[in-house]
Design a binder for this molecule. Structure first.
Ligand code: CP
Ligand code: NVA
Length: 306
């Protein structure tokens, strides 16, 4: 990267394996309450939202404040970006005011464009392609409950979407086993999959039971992501048989945990008995967004070395 460009977090492979492990350790210190520093004192984070959010908005805003900084919520309904001001101009202007930009939007290319023209770090808060902060929070949850992600078998049941693609990126970087069960026509991004498959530990199957067999972690997400609401009915048909219910969970290891990035649709991609049951770790998973994003911001915006 050119010397005048700040380091960004747009995708999990932007960090090395060693850096990711150090990021988890920092986040764990933050979760334990043993981190009292305020590396963002006097600093600001701009948060651009072109899509809805509960967890991402609140965890970034609260996390910035806990690190001594200030966060600005910029909804596309209110800022000139929503009226067609170019992203490049927005990036250059915001860089004169703030110390970091978090963006949630549709096309991944928009986040790359923002990062290209911003002189401050840019953090990906979800695109149609990737949701890297969420998957790092998910792995933090696996470490919390299963000790480590090393050597674990992770099952992804459902759409080959932004979450699935980020899980593939994580498996590529960290080397755990990942089996994704996706209906025909709903596979993950081919380029992301190809790169990970060259490392040999990621595969796509059609049968949810095959993915869940002996899994340590069973993970799913909505069938229609934000922006795909018009496909809901078609997708309900395509994803028939892909619900994570108690029968599917019974195929996993007895210690297996269930994850879902939320929001969830009970009775659709997950049975209430699973998401509200004893193996579900979804509330810790949501909490871990706060800790991992604080670690990312401390590193990218606060100069905390990993
Ligand atoms: N999981 C997640 O990103 O949630 P929000 O859409 O509420 O931010
Ligand atoms: N795949 C979902 C994740 C929501 C946090 C979506 O993009 O809507």
């Amino acid at each position: 990267m050119p010397a005048d460009r700040a380091r960004d977090f747009l995708a999990i492979p932007d960090y090395s394996r060693d850096e990711l492990l150090k990021l988890f350790e920092l986040a764990e210190r933050m979760r334990a309450g043993s981190y009292a520093e305020r590396p963002l004192a006097g600093k600001s984070l701009a948060m651009i939202f072109m899509k809805s959010s509960t967890r991402t908005r609140v965890s970034f805003e609260v996390g910035t404040s806990q690190l001594g900084g200030h966060a600005l919520f910029l909804s596309s309904r209110d800022v000139q970006l929503g009226r067609g001001e170019p992203l490049a101009d927005t990036a250059r202007v915001l860089s004169r005011y703030v110390d970091g930009i978090m963006i949630r939007t549709f096309a991944h290319a928009e986040v790359e464009e923002l990062a290209k023209f911003a002189s401050v770090p840019v953090i990906n808060g979800l695109t149609d392609l990737l949701h890297p902060c969420q998957v790092l929070a998910d792995i933090l949850t696996v470490r919390q409950h299963l000790g480590t992600i090393e050597g674990k078998r992770v099952a992804w049941i459902g759409d080959g979407n932004n979450m699935a693609n980020s899980w593939i990126n994580a498996a590529y970087r960290l080397g755990f086993d990942l089996t994704l069960a996706c209906p025909d026509g709903y596979d993950p991004d081919p380029a992301i999959l190809k790169r990970a498959q060259s490392a040999g530990n990621v595969r796509v199957v059609r049968d949810p039971a095959e993915a869940a067999d002996s899994a340590d972690v069973v993970n799913t997400d909505v069938w229609a992501s934000m922006g795909q609401e018009g496909e809901q009915k078609v997708r309900e048909k395509a994803f028939a048989g892909f619900i994570v219910d108690e029968k599917l969970m019974a195929r996993a290891m007895s210690h297996a945990i269930f994850l879902h990035c939320l929001p969830a649709h009970r009775g659709e991609e997950v049975a209430a008995a699973v998401i509200d049951g004893p193996r579900s770790r979804v509330w810790d998973e949501a909490e871990n967004r706060l800790h991992i994003q604080k670690a990312i911001m401390a590193n990218l915006m606060g100069g905390v070395a990993l």
